[in-house]
Write a protein that binds this ligand. Structure first.
Ligand SMILES: Cc1cc2nc3c(=O)[nH]c(=O)nc-3n(C[C@H](O)[C@H](O)[C@H](O)COP(=O)(O)O)c2cc1C
Length: 177
């Protein structure tokens, strides 16, 4: 039997991103190799779209279409999801048919603040509604004080976060069937 295909979308572009660490930890719990999408897309511009869908957007759309499950790591910027994710979702909404429709999606967040990006994650869930993605509602994975949450190998230190992440990935695997 072939392995379930998991695609990771990280809303932070920086190398040392705690959200990327969390996304990779989610991938380990999922138990299948994870492809990491590149969200360095041009800013959405209708004139650019009219001239032809940019190649990185088409690549992302194809990766989403090929994935059986998706994990989105959502940083919180000023109590909202980062523009990187919003921009990617806006581009993807212009691809017909929308490859996110019906896809099971797990959301995870890591932030400097104590609330772990709860507000941003709630907004991201609402942003996914027009895409008709199947965003899982629980367990919520919201890692606060994230600069101290991982060890040198990028593993989550707190057993409670590991339990929540494991439960979320188990549900994602079940939803991908
Ligand atoms: C523009 C900006 C806005 C931020 N706003 C918030 C915020 O609203 N809440 C929060 O907990 N952390 C906030 N932070 C801190 C981020 O949680 C922290 O930088 C985190 O490491 C970013 O995620 P990353 O490591 O995956 O890039 C903000 C950081 C930046 C750069």
């Amino acid at each position: 039997m072939s392995e379930t295909t998991l695609l990771g979308l990280c809303g932070s572009l920086r190398m040392a991103s705690v959200n990327r660490l969390l996304m990779r930890e989610a991938g380990r719990h999922f138990g299948a190799p994870m492809v990491e999408a590149d969200l360095r897309l041009p800013l959405y511009d209708g004139d650019v779209e009219a001239a032809g869908m940019p190649e990185p957007v088409l690549r992302l759309a194809a990766q989403i279409a090929a994935a059986e499950a998706i994990v989105m790591a959502c940083p919180e910027y000023n109590k909202a999801p980062p523009g990187v994710l919003k921009n990617a979702l806006d581009w993807i909404s212009r691809v017909k048919p929308n490859p996110l429709a019906g896809k099971p999606v797990a959301l995870v967040s890591a932030t400097a603040g104590r609330a772990g990006g709860e507000r941003a994650q709630t907004m991201l869930r609402a942003m996914l509604a027009p895409h008709r993605a199947r965003a899982l509602g629980w367990p919520e994975v919201l890692v606060g004080n994230a600069s101290e949450a991982f060890d040198a190998e990028g593993r989550l230190l707190d057993a409670r976060y590991q339990t929540a992440l494991s439960g979320l990935m188990e549900r994602l695997r079940a939803a991908a069937r």
